[in-house]
Design a binder for this molecule. Sequence first.
Ligand code: TYM
Length: 331
Amino acid sequence: METVVSGIRPTGNLHLGNYFGAMQNFVKMQSEYNSFFFIADYHSLTTHPTPEDLHGNVKKVLVEYLACGIDPEKATLYIQSDLPETAELYLLLNMNAYMGELERVTTFKEKAKKQPQNVNAGLLTYPSLMAADIIIHKANKVPVGKDQEQHLEMTRTFARRFNRMYKVQFFPEPEAFNFGATLVKIPGLDGSGKMGKSEGEGNAIFLADEPNVIKKKVMRAVSDAGPTVPNSIKPEPIENLFSLLRVMSTADTVEYFEAKYNSCEIRYGDLKKQLVEDIVKFTEPLRERIKELSSDDKYLGKVAAMGAEKAHDSGAKNIKDVREIIGFRKF
Ligand code: TYM
């Protein structure tokens, strides 16, 4: 059976981008693969959260994994720092990770620009920690959104380099996976780029958002005065609204608004109202589950403990083999 690994950084509630870029596939894959889904709390330290925020965010993501339908009996659902062997593999991979290749990673360059006062070594070596997460379970497939594609290329490079260096076929070269389709990128509501937690107020819709909040955000989404020439190409903010509609609404609805756009009769207020209705319908049951689970610390504790044990069974065994291969041997 093939192995699948993926993770989410705990930096707040999950948004529609996380859901449709990754989580949806975690849920689909959990029955057919040897699955490991984790909360990347080591990774989130690059932005220096307080202990309270860190703990609170880990809980939020754990709750939301469960609310979205991850079954902790089927998949191994764990917290990254509960598998400290990941940190050991990270150290080992860093010995063969080069400044040049790490500095060239797009997310590093973006982060360094965004937070010039905090360009720490964790940011630079983010791809080796991510590779450690993945190959510690000898994963074959990694369900992620489009923004993680380059990190997966680095993971393959590190796995290949290890195998070549020690003349072994130990680590598979894992691929970013979306059931054969291209990786997903869900746009934000601010007219540019992608939906993301740190992209500014109103850009992201969170799974836990109340209907009135969803309405406010969508109705304020960037649009324009509408096309004046039939069948014109959509400017980016409008294409983004349609992308969201394609994910959230029925094919008939999309077709209806496409036709209205093409004949220059579109009213963005109508499109947005439809979008609000469909997002609220989709998130309603999740929101209910999130509320229930958030007050059940005992159950969450049980899930985390079970995940830690199962993750350890897999990770500790592989690290033992890695140590042996590298030459850390007993006398
Ligand atoms: P993170 O926490 O930023 O996002 C979690 C997952 O959600 C996807 N995603 C999106 N997909 C489509 N459209 C969007 N707008 C969007 N925003 C987020 C991400 O692609 C990701 O799949 N580095 C990772 C966490 C991580 C990881 C790993 C993932 C650490 N170790 C090992 C896989 C395997 C990250 O920061 O994702």
